[in-house]
Design a protein around this ligand. Structure first.
Ligand SMILES: Cc1ncc(COP(=O)(O)O)c(C=O)c1O
Length: 377
């Protein structure tokens, strides 16, 4: 079976992890942690990097460091991975679900603006932050988003979990907001197994995030705690993997971009198959090669997935939007709906990712593309 995703690990990763074991630096102190945080922040054009245990905890840490809490609202795209919404809920704040735009699958900024205007008219602006997600590696259109944030005095926190190295007008995703949040789960462009990081340029926010992620020990006296902190500490073992992976990040991105070109070559003329795009202002890193199956293809998304599985090709369906999730519909936690979500629902029903791992070969891409061509005929 050709897997939908697979990390690319080599000798360097092995040697660095073994170095941690040999020297006993296996916990949350050690040279690789500092190196990984500094180098990743530098790579993304940020000043401070604070490592965490996952992308989910990176999002929570960012929101908590900004003091987002009960009574506050945070605008998020409904079409995202659950961690984006859950992180808002962990703070006791309310995620407000916004529909997506059809080309990049990113948050629909007209809808976000419309929500803010509605609240403004009523004289009660509860929104404290907007949390754009650079979906599947394609950047959000950041200039209009930053204008909206400025106009309504709300904070921007970027979910760049899927967008390591992606660029908006030449600037890296994750470097625009008060915080940029990353995941280093095994299917990401670079991995630490599990892991995450927040980036910020603000020394006060960096200091707060650093303290909160380590149980908020008082600076004066250990085991005195000045706030409700968390244990979100990455280990030196994970950071060792990260340092080795970071050296290869440009190579990984090149591989992803080459993969997209190879898929496009064969798939571009198939009626009813919509391929990922790259806006003129964007550098898409194609974390996942996601396609939409429209009526004209002659078989449904689910039928295509089954047929491909029969040919030894693994695929995944797109995320289920947050406004359709039982956890929110049952009101187990508070969330807010805004109108209807025709775009998010359509892409969630029609979308699937083709194998997009870093180990995929040209021959495999050729085989997958030709199988799709054959099934569509
Ligand atoms: C958009 C998005 N945000 C957040 C996360 C959470 O990251 P993690 O799995 O490292 O907690 C993911 C993970 O895949 C993601 O895709």
């Amino acid at each position: 079976m050709i897997p939908v995703n697979e990390p690319l690990l080599g000798k360097e990763e092995f040697n660095k992890v073994v170095d941690c074991l040999k020297t006993n630096w296996i916990s949350s102190q050690g040279k690789y942690l500092t190196e990984f945080e500094e180098k990743f922040a530098h790579y993304c054009g940020g000043r401070y990097g604070i490592s965490t245990t996952s992308g989910t905890t990176a999002l929570h840490l960012a929101l908590a460091s900004l003091g987002i809490g009960p009574g506050d609202e945070v605008l998020i795209p409904t079409f995202t991975m659950a961690a984006t919404a859950f992180a808002v809920c962990y703070c006791g704040a309310t995620p407000v679900f916004i529909d997506s735009e059809p080309e990049t699958f990113n948050i629909d900024l007209d809808r976000a603006l419309s929500y803010l205007r509605t609240q403004e008219k009523r004289g009660k602006l509860k929104v404290k932050a907007i949390l754009p997600v650079h979906m599947y590696g394609h950047p959000v259109d950041m200039d209009p988003l930053l204008d909206i944030a400025d106009r309504f005095s709300i904070t921007v926190i970027e979910d760049a979990a899927e967008a390591h190295g992606a660029e908006y007008k030449g600037k890296k995703c994750g470097s625009f907001g008060a915080f940029g949040c990353f995941s280093f789960y095994a299917n990401k462009i670079i991995t630490t197994g599990e892991g995450g990081m927040v980036l910020t340029n603000d020394p006060r926010l960096a200091d707060k995030a650093r303290r909160l992620k380590d149980l908020a020990h008082s600076t004066e006296k250990r085991f005195l705690h000045t706030a409700l902190g968390f244990n979100y500490r990455m280990t030196n073992l994970q950071a060792a993997l990260g340092v080795a992976q970071l050296k290869k990040i440009n190579h990984h991105i090149q591989k992803k971009r080459r993969m997209a070109k190879e898929y496009e070559k064969v798939l571009k003329d198939i009626p009813g198959l919509r391929l990922p795009i790259e806006k003129p202002w964007a550098r898409n890193v194609y974390w996942m090669y996601g396609v939409l199956v429209e009526k004209a293809l002659g078989l449904s998304r689910d039928q295509l997935m089954i047929q491909l599985k029969n040919q030894g090709i693994d695929t995944r369906s797109f995320f289920v939007p947050m406004h359709l999730q039982t956890v929110f519909r049952d009101k187990a936690v508070k969330a807010k709906w805004f109108g209807r979500y025709p775009v998010a629902e359509r892409i969630s029903e029609q979308g699937l990712y083709l194998p997009s791992g870093l180990t995929i070969t040209r021959d495999q891409i050729g085989y997958i593309s030709n199988q799709i061509k054959r099934l569509a005929a």
